[in-house]
Ligand binder design. Structure first.
Ligand code: IMP
Length: 427
């Protein structure tokens, strides 16, 4: 069984926990896009582990965890994350890094920081981890890949092309200092050492074997469908493809090799950074969700914006994300709520026009307001419940209604951060 786990909202949906559980059945776990902009928390055996780039499946023994070709890697951050896991006693012998993954260079983070700090208009609210600039260079064909670190000749040839362009851009566009070739070569030497034990040079043979032997693969997405560079709230998006389809381009596996795409969504919605968010609650209810749900970023520590569940974007995520089912997380956050709202359409404040399909021109979202239906809360602590049947009736009604609205079954319900606090709905 080959499965993809995709964020179905604006990231931070609790993918890490779902990935961690599904990783038990997988032989190979592949992170297929993004970089250390992601922040994943996994609680296992009373210990909290924080992941940014390394697949959380590393917590299991005898699994290969690959940082895939579609990712971008900030070497210093990779090293930091690795050392943190090692200090927690995690065995990282299954960790592999694709030689085709892209490297985030210091000038990428500088440009990301500069662009964010100096944007009077059009600020994206990025994580400043150089994600956008690294993918920009990859697409412009002036990026460095992990494999380049191990060939002096390639590195020299590439840098002779890249550096004059890069330095012109750094100095003339951004007013930043240029880089000498010696400095970059020195950095690359250091990076080569950091990655050396993990680079999967013989990946082709290994992937062929995995395919032939029918190994189970889990594809781990980062961010979420609404942050996808093609389908999300562009330009307030990340620079990669978190959608289900991204698993193919970012891993080297074909579409026919994927059996399931599980979209992870919260029972409400959160967003960090700028960009439209129609169901955002800038009030006490939003603060209550933020406080009960501990909605603060793992990577940046920023408080997350919170709002009611948005079935309009979720239906869209099911469509373009290729979701075959949904894992709904943080359902327990609503235990003390008398009423729970769900947005099933948008209304244009200017003319009353109703949208039940997601309007993709996000610059028009300022004119939209959510149209809600209200559900009764369940007033029971569900965090100890382990079977779907035992959930309170109002909770089940709420879940059934969500399934109708989004057009996909809810296969997993998460009622707390721990691995055990997970309910599998058998249909
Ligand atoms: P970037 O990925 O750092 O370029 O940031 C682009 C947008 O994606 C910003 O709004 C970030 O806050 C958002 N973003 C990036 N990674 C994550 C994540 O893992 N969770 C939630 N939002 C994210």
């Amino acid at each position: 069984m080959n499965r993809v786990v995709v964020g179905a909202q604006w990231g931070d949906e609790g993918k890490a926990k779902i990935t961690d559980i599904l990783a038990q059945d997988a032989d190979l776990i592949i992170r297929y896009q993004g970089g250390c902009n992601a922040g994943h928390t996994v609680v296992a055996n009373n210990t909290t582990y924080k992941f940014h780039l390394i697949p959380s499946g590393i917590l299991y023994k005898n699994k290969i965890c690959l940082i895939g070709p579609g990712t971008v890697i900030l070497p210093e951050y990779f090293e930091k994350e690795l050392n943190e896991l090692l200090s927690q006693g995690v065995d990282v012998s299954g960790l592999r890094v694709s030689p085709l993954a892209s490297i985030t260079m210091p000038y990428h983070t500088e440009v990301d920081g500069y662009s964010e700090d100096n944007a009077s208009k059009g600020k994206i609210g990025t994580t400043k981890k150089g994600i956008g600039p690294t993918y920009t260079d990859k697409m412009a064909r002036i990026g460095l890949k992990i494999q380049d670190l191990y060939s002096e000749e390639t590195l020299n040839e590439k840098l002779d092309i890249i550096l004059p362009l890069k330095n012109k851009q750094l100095t003339e566009v951004y007013g930043l200092a240029p880089y000498s070739k010696d400095k970059i070569l020195e950095l690359c030497k250091k990076y080569a050492e950091i990655f050396k034990p993990y680079v999967w040079f013989d990946w082709q043979k290994n992937l062929e074997n995995a395919k032939e032997q029918g190994s189970s693969v889990l594809f781990e997405g980062a961010q979420g469908v609404m942050l996808d560079v093609d389908y999300g709230t562009y330009p307030f998006v990340t620079s990669s493809n978190p959608i289900g389809g991204g698993a193919c381009t970012g891993s080297g596996f074909g579409p026919k090799m994927i059996d399931e795409v599980i979209g992870v969504a919260k029972a409400y919605v959160t967003r960090v950074g700028e960009g439209p968010f129609v169901t955002e609650l800038d009030n006490e209810i939003g603060k209550k969700i933020q406080s009960i749900g501990h909605e603060f970023g793992v990577t940046t520590g920023r408080p997350r914006r919170c709002g009611w569940f948005d079935a309009v974007t979720m239906r869209y995520a099911v469509l373009v994300g290729g979701l075959t089912s949904v894992a709904l997380t943080k359902v327990d956050v609503f235990d003390t709520f008398d009423e729970i709202k769900v947005c099933y359409a948008y209304r244009d404040k200017r003319n009353g026009k109703i949208y039940d399909a997601y309007p993709t021109d996000v610059f028009m979202h300022k004119y939209l307001e959510p149209v809600y239906e209200t559900h009764k809360g369940w007033g029971v602590n569900v965090s100890g419940i382990r079977s779907y049947e035992k959930l309170p009736e109002n909770c089940k009604k709420y879940l059934t209604r969500l399934e109708e609205l989004i057009g996909a079954p809810i296969s997993i319900v998460s009622v707390g951060p721990d691995r055990e606090q997970t309910i599998f709905k058998v249909s």
